[in-house]
Every structure is written in C-alpha cells, then in structure tokens.
Design a binder for this molecule. Sequence first.
Ligand SMILES: [Zn+2]
Length: 279
Amino acid sequence: MPEGDTIFRTARSLGQWLEGREITAARTTAAAVPAAKLVGQRVTGVEAKAKHLLIRFDSGVVLHTHMRMTGAWHVYRAGERWRKPAYQARVVLEAGERVAVCFNAPVVELLAKRGEEVHPALTRLGPDVLVDPLDLEEVRRRLAARPPSMAIGEVLLDQQVVSGIGNIFRCEALFAERVDPWAPWPDLAPETIDALVTAAARLMRARIATSPEPAAESTAGPTAGPATMRTRPARPAVYGRTGRPCYRCRTPVATAKLGQQARDVYWCPKCQGHLPTIP
Ligand SMILES: [Zn+2]
C-alpha cells in the first residue's frame, strides 16, 4: 500500500512534470469521468492529501485519484515504453511531449469547482501527518470519539483520526516509542500518543528526504516514474522482519493480524511488552 510519503513524493514529481502545462490529450477508463473536458486546461497544482492525489486545473476542476493498495502514477516522455501494461492504465494525461499515467487506481473522479469542500472522504480526513506543524490537538479531539477498546495500532491507521500513516510507518512508530500495538488507546498517556504520531511523521519525513529526487526536465529517462520509488524506510526496524532479531534486544520480531482491518503488525515482543499468542 502506498504510504503518505509515497503519495507526497508522487505529487511532487507530478507537479514538476505537469504544473503550468496545458493538457493536449486525456483519456480514462472511468466511465463517469469526462476526461475530454481536461483538454486545453492548464495544470495549476498537484497536491497529496493523505492517500488522495489531487491534480488541479485552471478552470477550478480537480482530478482526484486514490491509490488504495494497487494504484500508481508514472510519468513518461511521449513514445517512451510504459513499465506497466496499457490495459492497466486508468487515466492518461498528455501535455505535449509529457505523459502522466495512473495505473490501477480504484478511485478516479473529476471534482467540480469547489467540489473538494463537500467531498465526503476528503472532508472527513484527520490532520495530515506530513503537514508541519502537525495539529496534535485535532488528532486528540478526533481520537476522543473512538471506542475505548480500539487498539493504538488501529488508531494510527484510522485516516479520520490522523491521515497519511500506512502500515509500515505505523509499525515503525510503535517500535520507536516502545508501545504495545494492542494497547487500548485510553491506556496510554496523551503525551505517548502525541509522541507516536510525531514519530511516524519524523520517520516518513526522513524517508522523503533520503529518496531520490524525481526526474528533472533535463534528465528524465526511463526511470522517471515517481511511483516506482520504494515505500519502505531504508532499513525498517520491525516491518517485514518476522523472526529476525530486534536491533535493540535480539528478541525475534513477531507478526500478527491486528484489528478489524486485519493488517499485519510487526513488533518486538520484549521492547514493546506484548507476547505473541502461539497458534
Ligand atoms: Zn526488542
């Protein structure tokens, strides 16, 4: 699943590729989206909001894509060979010699001018973890409405509490702060919850800072695609390391499904104080 940092970098790359340019051709497989309307419009900005990617046009309309587990945006020069099959392309935007292709995104829609302000998913989102300064007060306010049985590991993935954290950085933040992923959130001090959210932001920012810069105009080549960048931290401490020794205490890293979403959580049973159940 693309994490907020991947979408952020994708937005930055797409912005560099398309901003200020006029769309010369546009097509989509999303039947309800009148892509032809975009032809002749100029791209005024590209923004990531949590896992939503918004491409803004000078008429005020906004192309909204949500990547969920499968979606990715690539950028290419005209005529360049795509790295995914054409039948997976959901949106193709051409701007002269530049092409941006969105593959496999489950959500593609064109929002009318000001449509963003009433869009249910976009308006419900909690504060974006990558916005600086992070609105921790608002995160606390939103968390207060959650059931007291909800595990902190689930809270960190709840986009309506705080948006942009995916599974990788959820696991890494819990490890960094030595917090049991199964702890019900009311059991934790508010400062600990603040620290977890802040740790996720810090780890994600570090990932953005160390990622290769997206292709600049003069150097764009076959590897120009922003969405080809890896989403993992350079060296995850726990994510994907089942059975490998914890970097701090050498206890084997454990993994199990957590919460309603049943996403795999990776943790150190000793550092984070939660023993895995033996199946
Ligand atoms: Zn450990």
